[in-house]
Design a protein. Structure first.
Length: 118
């Protein structure tokens, strides 16, 4: 079993910055971890993701503004969000694919709200 615990989020003015972190615990190897978001009228979308090998990918809407990174152990993934816009307002959830004893499984964190005021 893998647990994902998120921190960060909150209220920020447009143009400001926030940092989200997601710590994974359990017994596993990491296929990929990332951040997803769901706005008030939108479907959940991938924001940024990092693989176990360190390859990153970003949604076009956040390229150049958001940066995903991980710690040396590779079990905590952070999302630095700069130049935030009102349209970035959403519930951000950490999610990842992990190899556990029963095979590859996807896990979600509980989510954290990011509100960008204009």
């Amino acid at each position: 079993q893998v647990q994902l615990v998120e921190s960060g989020g909150g209220l920020v003015q447009a143009g400001g910055s926030l940092r989200l972190s997601c710590a994974a615990s359990g017994i596993f190897s990491i296929n990929h971890m990332g951040w997803y978001r769901q706005g008030p009228e939108n479907q959940r979308e991938l924001v940024a993701r990092i693989t176990g090998g360190g390859t990153t990918m970003y949604a076009d809407s956040v390229k150049g503004r958001f940066t995903i990174s991980r710690d040396n152990a590779g079990t905590t993934v952070s999302l630095q969000m700069n130049r935030l816009k009102s349209e970035d307002t959403a519930v951000y959830s950490c999610g990842g694919s992990f190899r556990v004893s029963s095979g590859d499984m996807f896990y979600w964190g509980k989510g954290t709200l990011v509100t960008v005021s204009s």
